[in-house]
Design a protein around this ligand. Structure first.
Ligand SMILES: Cc1ncc(COP(=O)(O)O)c(C=O)c1O
Length: 447
């Protein structure tokens, strides 16, 4: 892709219109190589996707064998061993009860499916008035209209506001800028209690589901909820017959050091969404998990789930997903994340924590966020026009390390970077990422 006279050559409608991108030609382990032979340490696994590392031959073999054996099968006409086995493999690791999985092609589609599934569970249970969705500000749930309506990331929503069938949003558990000006634990988890107040205000008989990322990711920059948050949410949902949908598209599949992030607070949702690392990034694959109680209810009362998906339950993508799970199991990679997650967090805190623009270094497992501010005194964000995240990201790229951008944590402003490497990253590479981040921040913001 080359830019001439302000025009972009070629036929691709690229993801970035502001500048040409170098072609990537090889990806192996934690490294990506471009056409000029430059190598980059992929310290974010792309968009927090690559978990077992790039270029796994075992996945390539499983996928090619699956295509040769049986490539496309319509999911209402046949089932496939690959889809069946992937569902079973997920059920083995999922919290007890979550044991039915519907496969799709991307996280956004999984979120859409979860919202529709919640509605259909209520219809099956004889609660037809329940249709409204509550979600959280500063969340990210995807690019499709339902996911966008649920999402609480201001800059992404504003251009499309007239088109949204909007959810009602409550404040997220984000202690650095607590919406109530309180401090944990004296706050008594006011942000979780906001769910009950909102359900009451909306009329409990109308509320279908509450949707939240278990660990705030792309917008909140790796912000785990404070202790006890999910139990309070679970309890409120139970009392009002509101279904709890936890979005683990980013934080699931071992990313936090447990197979499912909700395990850290010992809470099981009614519905869970997975994506990204489910296929290790090799093929488009996502999933919606639901408890067997809800699944059985739909089977008995509706007899059908009113949904679709030409590429749902895709056996080739399922073969990739199954192989990723086998690799995670065989190489104990989720346990490795739990062990090395602290090392990553400590390295980031050690190298960045004292910088005057670093308001917070937070995270869990291999999902860490660095939030940047103009002044730590009052956590005043930089003006978005200053493009602080983008400039540091570019400086990192020049140093041969890829991290992930997270903007809009403070309304339309706010800058943060995510570090979320493949689970196989080595200790010296972790230290290198932290060192280079320090250099990049100093070069970009130091006078
Ligand atoms: C928590 C969460 N949900 C949903 C999505 C949407 O997934 P996809 O981009 O695969 O559609 C994302 C993507 O970043 C995400 O982080």
């Amino acid at each position: 892709m080359v830019r001439e006279n302000g025009k972009i050559n070629g036929n691709l409608f690229p993801r970035r219109l502001d500048q040409p991108l170098s072609p990537a030609v090889k990806a192996e382990g934690v490294w990506i190589e471009d056409a000029s032979g430059r190598r980059y340490l992929d310290a974010s696994g792309g968009a927090v996707v690559v978990n077992v590392g790039h270029g796994r031959e075992e996945i390539a073999m499983a996928v090619s064998e699956q295509i040769l054996r049986c490539d496309y099968i319509h999911p209402t006409m046949f089932t496939t061993p690959a889809a069946e086995e992937l569902a079973t493999a997920l059920a083995v690791h999922a919290p007890a009860g979550l044991d039915r999985f519907y496969f799709l092609s991307g996280g956004s589609e999984a979120v859409e499916t979860a919202i529709k599934l919640a509605r259909q569970i209520h219809l099956s249970a004889g609660r037809p008035q329940k249709f409204r969705l509550i979600a959280r500000w500063k969340s990210y749930h995807g690019l499709t209209m339902g996911a966008l309506s649920a999402m609480g990331r201001t800059v992404f929503r504003v251009p499309f506001a007239p088109l949204l069938n909007d959810a009602v949003h409550i404040p997220p558990p984000y202690c650095l800028r607590c919406s109530y000006g309180l401090r944990f634990p004296e706050c008594g988890l006011r942000c979780a209690l906001a769910l009950e107040e909102t359900i009451e205000n909306m009329g409990p008989e109308t509320v279908s589901a509450f949707l939240a990322e278990t660990v705030g990711g792309g917008t909140l920059a790796a912000c785990p909820p404070p202790a006890g948050y999910l139990s309070v949410i679970r309890d409120i949902c139970d009392r009002y017959d509101v279904l709890l949908i936890l979005d683990e598209v980013m934080c699931g599949m071992g990313r936090t050091g447990r197979w499912f992030a909700c395990e850290h607070q010992d809470v099981t949702p009614d519905i869970i969404t997975l994506g990204k690392g489910l296929s290790g990034g090799t093929l488009a694959l996502s999933a919606v998990g639901v408890t067997s109680d809800h699944f059985d209810l739909i089977c008995q009362n509706s007899g059908t789930f009113m949904h679709g998906g030409t590429f749902s339950h895709h056996c080739v993508a399922a073969a990739a997903g199954l192989t990723v799970i086998r690799i995670l199991e065989r190489e104990n990679l989720v346990e490795r994340v739990a062990r090395y997650g602290n090392l990553l967090g400590d390295a980031l805190k050690d190298r960045l924590g004292s910088l005057p623009w670093v308001a917070d270094v937070r995270g869990i497992g291999f999902l860490w966020g660095i939030e940047l501010v103009r002044s730590r005194k009052n956590n005043q964000p930089f003006d978005r026009k200053e493009q602080v995240t983008e400039r540091i990201w570019e400086a990192m790229l020049q140093k041969g390390v890829i991290v992930y951008k997270s903007t809009g944590i403070a309304g339309i402003h706010g800058d943060a970077l995510l570090v979320a490497p493949p689970f196989i990253i080595k200790e010296d590479e972790i230290r290198m990422v932290a060192d280079k981040l320090r250099d990049a921040i100093l070069e970009t913001l130091g006078s």
